[in-house]
Design a protein around this ligand. Structure first.
Ligand SMILES: *Cc1c(COP(=O)(O)O)cnc(C)c1O
Length: 488
């Protein structure tokens, strides 16, 4: 059996179902398992497996309290009919490297890979109990839609999303405002993203256990620190290995490297888990934009978020506190909860911490790092198109450029459709269209490149606007209460 506990204490242990329902530990730590250090996911016969079979192999090991039937049902339901391509995550060539295309799901970004699966895990964990769950999420744009799409019509689960009014792109707003489902609630908040996030945290505190009992509902979150988001991401590292085997690029046992555009450190941490589980990984490169906290950290061992926040064209990587890093610190310190707790307390009081020699050595042995400027990202988009004939989005572009640092068989994780960021991509390759809207850029980009925009993005234009609420920060709690009443 694999049990989970907090990165900051080993006093309480949890099954994976409990960890997935809770999301985050009561002491503020993240759920980790020591058993993963002795666990193994075999690559024997991988070449002839399917994505579903690989998912089963991985889940069997990482979340073993789910029954075989439950796992098979989760895997069977999560992605069916939601992906545009035959392979869920095609591996394609880009120059002398490979792109792992993780953006063919319902919201055209890689978060779908996890957020289509998480509701399945949660529903199974709830079944047989009389519990109901309301997911509360603050979003700066992308996570909100992927979570809404993932949880729409899930049984005994509702979802409420708050986003900053006027501060998401047209397309992102439409993606959320048109979301169908009898259990989904969306509000624009008069404030910025931090206000939304602080507001959500406040609701979690203010809804005491008592008042929750009254409603018969528990609150949970769908953000990237949930074990149920991490686990599905491990699968596509194995899947890309399978496709390279199948193509004859590598032989079983050969090592490959990954270059990962990084924000909250969830995606690349899943790569680290794959390596722990025995996938032959050579280098794991953490690619950052100008918010290069992680680059500095990996080079020096000093994590310092006291710096200017830079708004870039890869907004999902504009992050100064990479939450999932805490999990790596736990393993790198030799599973030392007290040490992790100390570092995290330092981070919260001073915005900064320095790791010891042992952790630094482990960190540098495990990860390579790179970062590029906003201007370089545009350049990389242009180069990928002109030199390699590939259209890539601004997040992928960061990894594309950083991947030049590593040799061998290199897989670049491609995290969003270029059409989701059509304006910036178009401007990088062609000329500025001044103030055209998102749809015009999408059309123009299609016209010029001959590539089709994903259907879910194109069809947004015709969809009915369902969610029109705009609330003040102080009214977020009332909105959440109202959602709970309507959902259950
Ligand atoms: C979320 C996101 C990332 C960063 O992933 P993390 O797991 O937060 O490191 C990169 N690219 C895109 C398009 C994203 O949406």
């Amino acid at each position: 059996m694999m049990y989970y506990h907090s990165t900051r204490s080993k006093n309480d242990r949890f099954t994976s179902k409990q960890a997935i329902l809770k999301g985050i530990c009561s002491d503020g730590g993240l759920f980790v398992s020591d058993d993963i250090l002795n666990a193994h996911v075999d690559i024997n016969g991988l070449a002839d497996s399917t994505y579903e079979e690989i998912a089963y192999r991985v889940f069997r090991v990482l979340i073993p309290d789910y029954t075989d039937e439950e796992l098979k049902s989760c895997i069977g339901n999560a992605y069916v009919g939601k992906f545009e391509t035959q392979e869920l995550t095609p591996v394609t060539e880009i120059g002398d490297k490979y792109l792992l295309e993780l953006y063919h799901g319902p919201t055209s970004a890689f978060k779908d890979m996890a957020l289509c699966m998480l509701p399945q895990f949660m529903s199974k964990a709830l079944s047989g109990t009389d519990k109901k769950i309301m997911i509360l999420t603050a979003t700066s744009g992308d996570t909100g839609k992927a979570a809404l799409a993932g949880f729409a019509n899930a049984e005994n689960i509702g979802i409420t999303v708050f986003y900053p009014h006027g501060k998401v792109s047209d397309i992102q707003r439409l993606q959320m405002a048109t979301q169908e489902g009898n259990n989904v609630f969306v509000a624009a908040v008069n404030g910025n993203f931090d206000d939304c996030q602080t507001g959500v945290k406040k609701i979690f505190r203010e809804f005491s256990d008592e008042s929750m009992k009254e409603y018969g509902v528990e609150l949970s979150s769908a953000n990237s620190i949930n074990v149920g988001r991490l686990v599905p991401q491990v699968v596509y590292y194995y899947e890309s290995y399978r496709q390279l085997l199948k193509k004859g690029v590598i032989k079983e046992g050969d090592k490959i490297s990954f270059c990962v555009p990084t924000g909250n450190f969830g995606d690349v941490l899943a790569g680290y888990y794959a390596k722990l589980l025995g996938l032959p990984i050579d280098r794991l490169l953490v690619a950052s934009n100008e918010n290069n906290v992680l680059f500095d950290f990996i080079r020096t061992g000093i994590y310092d978020k006291n710096r200017e926040f830079v708004k870039t064209i890869s907004p999902s990587m504009d992050i100064l506190v990479s939450s999932n890093l805490e999990r790596f610190l736990y393993y790198a310190s030799g599973c030392d909860c007290d040490y992790v707790k100390e570092l995290m307390e330092e981070l919260s009081t001073t915005g900064k911490f320095t790791v010891n020699e042992k952790v630094l050595k482990n960190l540098q042995e495990t990860f390579d790092c790179g970062f590029i400027t906003n201007e370089d990202s545009k350049d990389a988009i242009k180069e990928a198109y002109n030199k390699d004939g590939r259209l890539i989005d601004p997040h992928t572009a960061v990894a594309y450029r950083c991947a030049e640092k590593i040799d061998g068989t290199v897989v670049i994780l491609s995290t969003a459709s270029p059409f989701k960021f059509a304006a910036d991509v178009y401007n990088a390759i062609f000329d500025d269209l001044s103030d055209a809207d998102g749809f015009t850029y999408m059309e123009k980009l299609s016209e010029k490149t001959g590539e089709e925009a994903p259907e879910p993005l194109k069809s947004l234009r015709e969809k009915e606007i369902i969610h029109k609420s705009v609330v003040d920060i102080d009214d977020m709690k009332a909105f959440a209460e109202e959602s709970i009443k309507k959902a259950f």
